[in-house]
Design a protein around this ligand. Structure first.
Ligand SMILES: NC(=O)c1ccc[n+]([C@@H]2O[C@H](COP(=O)([O-])OP(=O)(O)OC[C@H]3O[C@@H](n4cnc5c(N)ncnc54)[C@H](O)[C@@H]3O)[C@@H](O)[C@H]2O)c1
Length: 295
């Protein structure tokens, strides 16, 4: 391969310490295919179901040792059993992601039992239901914000401190298209997810110069435990064909399609991706709700 000394990838393979990347591994190397997280230690929250389970399984399949976390120990233990059956390495932990002592303990446990921490996927979330504003209570708002926004903040605070000290790491948060536009969730849910979009922007800058990357994924409609009532209602009404029809791909998404983006952001392939909220939504947020032009 011709070497371009001005290109960080070329320079990194010869003189890593003198490049603008410091000692950070540059991504995009075909040799890493199939083991994109080899040697990395990852915490995945909400790993007992949906997007978190798919991500924990994919991370482990790509070589990571995973601390799989959920408030529901039975479901996250099932996830770990799946990973182990597939030949991967994972341990289960019960924790409340909105509780600071729990998050601090998770980071300490990853370091003690997995030997370190390079990736924190703050994915756990709750929908908060769909309640008219006149009936929403302060307590409901506080609980949605506590889990969906303070949870990711605690990940940035505690995992970020550890990663900044070691000089590298990737923090990923699950936001939502509901954090970008109206009509994809209730008021507190949408506000919490808009907060996550802001948090990854400010967080990436908080960790300025440390090598820690902070990004969010904004999923569209994905079939998971959270959206099961929508799917059940549609199937009962015989209208399941309509689910996801309002995006250009005209279908809903699967948890593994979000896990694939999480894998990318966790891996060194995303070595230059930072402070972004990336929609994975079939194109839903690319359009305005006006009449489609004829082809
Ligand atoms: N499914 C969708 O269409 C969709 C769209 C956009 C964003 N999201 C987001 O994706 C993330 C994952 O949700 P999902 O769709 O896989 O739903 P899910 O309900 O299948 O999984 C969420 C998991 O988080 C866990 N959890 C909830 N509160 C917790 C807490 N306080 N501490 C620890 N664990 C907790 C639950 O027990 C559950 O296992 C959430 O942040 C959600 O808001 C989902």
């Amino acid at each position: 391969m011709a070497m371009n000394p001005d290109h960080p990838a070329s320079a990194a393979s010869t003189t890593p310490s003198s490049t603008p990347t410091g000692g950070i591994t540059i991504g995009g190397d075909p040799a890493h295919a199939g083991k994109r997280l080899a040697g990395k230690r990852a915490i995945v929250t909400g790993a007992g179901s949906g997007i978190g389970r798919a991500s924990a399984r994919l991370f482990a399949a790509e070589g990571a040792a995973v601390l799989a976390v959920d408030k529901n120990i039975e479901s996250v233990s099932e996830t770990v059993a799946m990973i182990v059956a597939d030949g991967g390495k994972a341990i289960a932990a019960a924790a409340d992601v909105g509780n600071e002592a729990d998050v601090q303990a998770l980071v300490a446990r990853a370091v003690a039992e997995l030997g370190g921490l390079e990736v924190f996927y703050a994915n756990a979330g709750i929908s908060g239901g769909d309640v008219p504003m006149s009936e929403q209570t302060v307590a409901q708002w506080q609980e949605v914000l506590r889990v969906n926004l303070i949870g990711p903040f605690l990940a940035l605070k505690h995992a970020g401190a550890h990663m900044a000290a070691q000089g590298h790491g990737s923090i990923i948060c699950t936001a939502s298209v509901a954090g970008l536009r109206a009509n994809a969730g209730g008021n507190p849910y949408s506000a919490s997810k808009a907060g996550v979009v802001s948090l990854v922007q400010t967080g990436a800058n908080t960790y300025w110069g440390t090598g820690v990357r902070v990004n969010a994924i904004c999923p569209g409609l994905i079939e998971t435990g959270m959206t099961r009532p929508i799917f059940d209602r549609a199937r009962a009404a015989g209208s399941q064909d309509k689910l996801g029809q309002i995006n250009p791909l005209q279908r809903f998404g699967l948890p593994q399609e979000i896990a694939a983006m999480a894998l990318f952001l966790a891996s060194d392939d995303a070595s230059y991706v930072n402070g972004q909220a990336i929609a994975v939504d079939g194109g839903l947020t690319s359009s305005l709700p006006f009449k489609r032009r004829a082809r």
